[in-house]
Write a protein that binds this ligand. Structure first.
Ligand SMILES: *[C@@H]1O[C@H](CO)[C@@H](O)[C@H](O)[C@H]1NC(C)=O
Ligand SMILES: *[C@@H]1O[C@H](CO)[C@@H](O)[C@H](O)[C@H]1NC(C)=O
Ligand SMILES: *[C@@H]1O[C@H](CO)[C@@H](O)[C@H](O)[C@H]1NC(C)=O
Ligand SMILES: *[C@@H]1O[C@H](CO)[C@@H](O)[C@H](O)[C@H]1NC(C)=O
Ligand SMILES: *[C@@H]1O[C@H](CO)[C@@H](O)[C@H](O)[C@H]1NC(C)=O
Ligand SMILES: *[C@@H]1O[C@H](CO)[C@@H](O)[C@H](O)[C@H]1NC(C)=O
Ligand SMILES: *[C@@H]1O[C@H](CO)[C@@H](O)[C@H](O)[C@H]1NC(C)=O
Ligand SMILES: *[C@@H]1O[C@H](CO)[C@@H](O)[C@H](O)[C@H]1NC(C)=O
Ligand SMILES: *[C@@H]1O[C@H](CO)[C@@H](O)[C@H](O)[C@H]1NC(C)=O
Length: 622
């Protein structure tokens, strides 16, 4: 079973614990894969290794618990709806929807290898279609290699980005008339070998001057790295998200609709834990190589054209910067000579494998996992593999299986940053600086997946050694520096949910209806599973009743929470009225909770607000 979500190992473990109570050992480490997505628009604070807790102000239990409960619930629902069915596969190519963001690294791969492929990104879309025994569709999974980062860092709304939008479109198409997430059909758009692949297809340009960025280090003559940003294909991030999402949706739907090839045969799965700082690889008949303790290079802090670093780091650094190394040494201590040698030519910025306070900074025990369903093999990789790395893993795995479609499922079970080829590693752009177990990381994985593939092919997967179990950090070991949110306040003589800025009386499709409410902090609403902060409601004239046409999960709505001072805040709700909207009367509602203290105890009270009724007209053509 492959579940697509935003989580890492702790959750898999927590999810499994949640399931164990109900289903015994039916769902286990070896037969469940959690494949995450790379969004810049999600919640933070749910990965327990120290590096990831720095930017999220620690481990945020209120985010994690709800995500875990939601995943457990979705698996329970899937389990309860289990019935016999059939699986079909199809694949095709999608153009103009991805771009290699480190072409200079890619070009360092051997020419004869590059010649065997068409271009420096994978264009293929692989779709699995699930039907019941009557042939009615019940779900699908689509893999296409692209970073879901069309939305940039200026966006503060929770968003599934381009792949999330593709999923939304597919489900709306199948679950006609249902609100998002409510219908029976499930459409999943999952991660593949997207490591060096950007969705921003117009490529990088200097924000200030409009010039091209430097090819080798992606920096601008004035302003450096942070001025070099990739855009497109739309004129803003919303348009870009929509276009890329639509492209992936359309191609996937075409493949879904036209597939005739049924997937038949048994299901196998193999799983192991590896100590990634301690793998010996047989390179050729005479030489071996080793992986390293985790470390990040200088170019990690350079960021990418999909989101630059804040300081003066650049990509492609093969020498350290004495200024930053000095600061690092003073605060964290210098990396050991052993680690420095092991990672060469990477200049080490953070020797995370040697940093264990208050908890390890990076994982060293990682999951490798392989699932085969008939003639489809899903390689579950614990990181973001580059285009060529993915191709090499695919090729190596397919040697074990004849006539098998090998799918790269990225960001599975635990997160270990990027995985480049040995040749790409030499260039030390962002992806290479973030290949944390050193230059032979990919070779170590290929060796391991080959072992899993061989075991499945020979039917010996049950005999595979389990490997060292990863640590499990308990709540008392994890820290949170996120302050409790203060009590919510309203402006004088107003109440929560009161309208501060009213909608217009009349709109035409294509316009944006907007209303601002006196609000409480959304964190005070707690678990929002199956709930919404926002509804757009339509009046049924004949019965004088309202029905919900959109929620906060709809592409058409935007819910902005604007934090003021002294506990004051506003919620602005926008409805981007689609061309397909029916003319008639509408209203917008907002639901929230405010926090106050009563008898020294925090109390959370629900409130709601409603806009005036407004009219929507179809466009008038002259
Ligand atoms: C980037 O590389 C160019 C040469 O290709 C060089 O002139 C420039 O100084 C480099 N920028 C930084 C910030 O290192
Ligand atoms: C994000 O995209 C918007 C356009 O939607 C653009 O105005 C802004 O400069 C971008 N910001 C960053 C940090 O790239
Ligand atoms: C992983 O390997 C390293 C290097 O050999 C070793 O120091 C470490 O103890 C190992 N970790 C575990 C959990 O086995
Ligand atoms: C094996 O690999 C090493 C290191 O890359 C190289 O120096 C050596 O020539 C190779 N030997 C053979 C037999 O290919
Ligand atoms: C980065 O900034 C520091 C401090 O301003 C400076 O000393 C250093 O030389 C800069 N490094 C680069 C590569 O520009
Ligand atoms: C690390 O290498 C440097 C330079 O080669 C050397 O001066 C130093 O003594 C080494 N440190 C250790 C602990 O071996
Ligand atoms: C709030 O209402 C009271 C009573 O109606 C009035 O005296 C006061 O001026 C109002 N304050 C503001 C800021 O409007
Ligand atoms: C709604 O119904 C009322 C009477 O119940 C009628 O006067 C009005 O024209 C109707 N409006 C629309 C938009 O159909
Ligand atoms: C909330 O909206 C009102 C009315 O537009 C505005 O005066 C006030 O500054 C806003 N408060 C915040 C926190 O944005």
């Amino acid at each position: 079973i492959l579940f697509h979500c935003w989580v890492c190992w702790l959750h898999l473990c927590q999810v499994l614990r949640g399931l164990q109570a109900k289903y015994g050992d039916l769902y286990r480490q070896d037969n469940v894969v959690l494949s995450g997505t790379h969004t810049h628009s999600g919640l933070g604070g749910y990965f327990q290794y120290t590096l990831f807790m720095i930017t999220s102000k620690g481990y945020i239990k209120s985010s994690i618990q709800i995500i875990v409960q939601g995943i457990v619930k979705s698996i329970e629902r899937a389990h309860e709806n289990l019935r016999p069915g059939r699986i079909f596969i199809n694949k095709g190519e999608l153009e103009e929807s991805n771009l290699n963001r480190s072409p200079h690294s890619y070009m360092n791969n051997p020419e004869e290898e590059r010649k065997r492929y068409n271009g420096n990104t994978d264009k293929q879309v692989v779709v699995l279609k699930f039907t019941d025994m009557d042939g009615d569709g019940i779900g699908m999974i689509s893999w296409f290699a692209v970073h879901p980062v069309s939305m940039n860092s200026s966006n503060h709304m929770v968003s599934g980005d381009n792949l999330g939008y593709a999923s939304y479109l597919f489900e709306q198409d199948k679950n006609i008339g249902s609100l998002p997430g409510r219908g029976p059909f499930v459409a999943t758009f999952a991660s593949s070998n997207l490591g060096d692949v950007s969705p921003n297809t117009r490529g990088p340009h200097c924000l200030n001057t409009g010039e091209s960025c430097d090819y080798l280090n992606s920096s601008c003559p004035i302003g450096g790295t942070k001025m070099c940003v990739a855009f497109g294909p739309g004129n803003n991030m919303f348009e870009s998200t929509r276009i890329i999402g639509e492209n992936i949706f359309k191609k996937s739907k075409e493949l879904y609709s036209s597939t005739k090839q049924e997937v038949r045969g048994p299901i196998h799965f193999a799983h192991q834990w590896l100590n990634m700082s301690d793998i010996t690889i047989q390179i050729n008949s005479t030489h071996t190589a080793k992986t390293c303790k985790p470390a990040l290079g200088h170019s990690f802090a350079g960021g990418t054209i999909d989101g630059g670093g804040a300081l003066n780091f650049t990509q492609g650094a093969v020498e350290g910067d004495p200024f930053w190394d000095g600061i690092r040494d003073a605060i964290l201590g210098p990396p050991s000579n052993e680690t420095q040698d092991c990672h060469r030519p990477k200049p080490i910025l953070f020797s995370t494998g040697e940093m264990n306070w208050p908890l390890p900074w990076h994982p060293v025990i990682v999951d490798v996992q392989l699932i085969t369903i008939g003639s489809v093999a899903i390689v579950a990789i614990p990181g973001e593999v580059t285009t060529m790395s993915g191709r090499r893993i695919r090729e190596a795995s397919s040697h074990a299986f004849a006539n098998t479609e090998v799918v790269i499922a990225g960001l599975c079970n635990i997160y270990t940053h990027y995985i480049t080829t040995y040749e790409e590693y030499q260039i030390q752009r962002y992806e290479a600086a973030s290949t944390i177990y050193g230059p032979h990381t990919l070779s170590a994985y290929i060796q391991s997946y080959r072992g899993l593939a061989r075991a499945i092919a020979e039917g010996t997967e049950a005999e595979l050694p389990k490997g060292p179990e990863p640590p499990f950090f308990t709540d008392s070991q994890l820290f949170s520096l996120l302050p409790l949110n203060p009590v919510d306040k309203t402006p004088d003589n107003s109440s929560f949910g009161e309208v501060l800025e009213q909608v217009d009386p009349v709109y035409t499709v294509g316009q944006v209806a907007s209303v601002t409410f006196v609000a409480g902090n959304p964190r005070n609403s707690g678990d929002m599973t199956d709930k919404t902060f926002v509804t757009v409601e339509k009046l049924h004239n004949s019965t004088q009743t309202w029905s919900v046409v959109h929620t906060d999960a709809s592409w058409e709505t935007r819910f902005h929470w604007i934090k003021g001072t002294s506990g004051l805040s506003n919620a602005t709700v926008e409805w981007h009225i689609p061309q397909s909207a029916q003319s008639g009367f509408y209203r917008i509602r907002h639901f929230g909770h405010y926090k106050e203290f009563r008898n020294l105890k925090p109390v959370f009270t629900a409130y709601e607000g409603v806009s005036d009724v407004f009219k929507v007209n179809k466009r008038i053509y002259y």
